[in-house]
Design a protein around this ligand. Structure first.
Ligand code: ADP
Ligand code: TPW
Length: 580
């Protein structure tokens, strides 16, 4: 049989008597490389072990995880940060299912990623004859992905990969499933024909210009607004139209609120930021311009008490079907964020009315009042530490090191960190996102560290950390600049619940008291710290940043400090029912 070779560099093909051949393994790798995708996040095993090996041999970076969900989350973070689909590679059925949560989460959050899974043979799967790791993966993936494809013939690999890339990043980004049966990977074909079959995707996420009449309608509405407000979402952060967004906000003079992952798109200390007056501006504004943010549960669906007085909405989004999903949108502007904000900014000339002075004064007054109150809370330094005192240390660290990426999950740990830690640069905050999912921590941290090459700090509730904690080994193995701070309050939300039956088992929300998560990091050669004071926390963080290596800080937090579900108490069925 002829030697099997790659397809990208023809000059490296040795002269042989039979025509050089290639195979599915090479074609898959070459197809991704041809499109600038150079990193695989995954977990090897039948039938993809050799795919991972060959990818590494061919110069791709292969980051191997301990659980597929974390590999998938790393790929999703990579997609969000780079606008190129992050690639996750898993084995069949169970590996695929482990990765599926990350794929669904990416789709929900509009992050581009591709989950590539090996699969069993179609003939056996479809007749349900009981193959090794048998599962109809394509159909299971479909409802959880933006698109799902299967490739059966080696000559279609180029097209399959091209379709997956385009589906992931064009329009509203999302997760794509690509099913590669074991037999496909081993298929051989003529190397020259294989090379020709590959596709370099041109303009994968084309600009989409808004209709001029949509822009005029939105500008008219803004002009008439008495109390305008801008809401920046993670779609705006994803779009990497940072300068254009800033220009629109500053030209308009309108107060703005960043959603969690849009923090830092404009620095949180920007004079127009109304974050410290969030409830006030949501309730009091009359015209709200959403830029890459959805009116989902995170914004109380655009109605109810949170929103107070009647609103008119302008919504900038790439997905036309998002419009009117929760409440009527008076002025939709459909297109990519960069084009939409540029078109609006162009329409705001010197004669465009500035927001009324009394509105700006009211926002400023509320902001100052709340900031003064918060400063007093943050100044307290109780023993043991509470969320506020520990987070005030992290706040100063981020202020001094604004290019650190913060990964954040938990309940109280998430809610307080979001409001206490100011962000100064775009796309430096990754968190539980649209689902409020626990378990993104270590995957996002690895993805961010690999993609940015810079320091990451993962601020983790002790429960949240547990979902992906085994990846500390991965972080050590690749020697990544990741510092994990576990906010250890002995349980889910807090550690003080008791078993109501008086039985021997602890309450369902309580963990082993005084656990030493720092020792998990030490087990794999990283550095562990156990801290009980803000001073020690500060020192440990300074050392971690100077070191730029794997560190875990076990930060002991008052076990009675948290509230049930953080700030989501109202979503608990019991408390919601008791309010009715
Ligand atoms: P947040 O959680 O920050 O409020 P969401 O995830 O709810 O943000 O909303 C993001 C929105 O941004 C989605 O409706 C998505 O369609 C949109 N979006 C994503 N990327 C772009 C882009 N490049 N241009 C325009 N809209 C985008
Ligand atoms: C996949 C439910 C929401 S928040 C949370 C859980 C289990 C943990 C809160 O405790 P933690 O934080 O992390 O110690 P803190 O600061 O309040 O002490 N499973 C998934 N996702 C979610 N959201 C849950 C369960 C949940």
């Amino acid at each position: 049989m002829a030697e099997v070779v790659g397809t990208i560099e023809p000059e490296t093909i040795p002269a042989t008597e039979t025509p050089p051949m290639t195979d599915g393994f090479h074609l898959v790798i070459d197809a991704f490389k041809l499109n600038g995708i150079e990193t695989i996040y995954g977990l090897p095993g039948i039938p993809v072990t050799d795919l991972a090996r060959l990818a590494q041999a061919e110069g791709m970076r292969v980051i191997s995880f301990r659980h597929e969900q974390n590999a998938g989350n790393a790929a999703a973070a990579a997609g969000y940060l780079t606008q190129k689909p992050g690639l996750c590679l898993t084995v069949s059925a169970p590996g695929f299912l482990n990765g599926l949560t990350a794929l669904a989460n990416a789709t929900t959050n509009c992050f581009p990623m591709i989950l590539v899974s090996g699969s069993s043979e179609r003939e056996i799967v479809d007749l349900q004859q009981g193959d090794y790791e048998e599962m109809d993966q394509l159909n299971i993936a479909k409802p959880h992905a933006k698109a799902a494809f299967r490739v059966l013939h080696a000559e279609d690999i180029g097209i399959g990969v091209a379709r997956a890339i385009r589906a992931a990043v064009s329009g509203r980004p999302g997760g794509v499933y690509l099913d590669l049966p074991a037999k496909l990977l081993a298929q051989t074909m003529d190397a020259a024909a294989g090379r020709k079959s590959l596709v370099r995707v041109v303009d994968a996420a084309p600009r989409q210009l808004p209709a001029p009449e949509s822009v005029s309608r939105a500008l008219e509405l803004l002009k008439r607004a008495k109390r305008p407000l801008i809401l920046l979402g993670k779609g705006a952060a994803y779009a990497q139209a940072d300068a254009a967004v800033r220009e629109l906000v500053e030209k308009s003079g309108i107060p703005y609120l960043p959603m969690s992952m849009a923090k830092g798109l404009l620095p949180d200390n920007h004079p127009q930021s109304a974050s410290a007056a969030r409830s006030f501006v949501l309730a009091e504004s009359d015209v709200v311009m959403l830029i890459g943010a959805r009116l989902n549960w995170l914004l109380s669906h655009g109605k109810g008490k949170t929103w107070g007085s009647p609103k008119q909405f302008i919504q900038l989004d790439i997905a036309p079907t998002e419009i009117d999903s929760n409440v009527a949108i008076a002025a939709p502007v459909i297109g990519d964020i960069g084009s939409c904000v540029a078109a609006l900014a162009e329409g705001i000339g010197a004669d465009f009315p500035k927001p009324a002075a009394d509105w700006l004064a009211a926002v400023a007054e509320r902001k100052n009042k709340n900031l003064t109150k918060m400063a007093a809370t943050l100044a307290a330094d109780p023993t043991p530490m509470n969320f506020h005192s520990a987070l005030s240390v992290l706040r100063d660290v981020v202020k001094a090191n604004p290019d650190i990426t913060i990964v954040n999950e938990g309940a109280n740990t998430l809610d307080y960190a979001r409001s206490i830690i100011d962000m100064y640069q775009p796309r430096k905050r990754l968190d539980c996102g649209t689902w409020g999912i626990m378990g993104i921590g270590m995957g996002f941290a690895v993805g961010a560290a690999v993609e940015t090459g810079k320091q990451v700090i993962a601020i983790e509730g002790d429960s949240a950390f547990g979902f992906s904690g085994m990846e500390v080994e991965t972080i050590c193995r690749y020697d990544l600049p990741v510092c994990i701070v576990v906010f250890n309050n002995n349980g889910v939300y807090r550690g003080t619940d008791v078993n109501p039956s008086g039985g021997k088992d602890v309450a369902p929300t309580v963990f082993v008291k005084g656990a030493r998560y720092d020792k998990m990091m030490e087990a794999f050669g990283g550095k562990g710290y156990h801290v009980t004071t803000t001073k020690a926390l500060q020192q440990a963080l300074d050392e971690a940043i100077a070191l730029g290596k794997p560190v875990l800080i076990n930060a002991v937090i008052d076990e009675s400090a948290g509230t049930e579900s953080g700030r989501l108490t109202n979503l608990n069925p019991q408390s919601a029912a008791s309010k009715k």
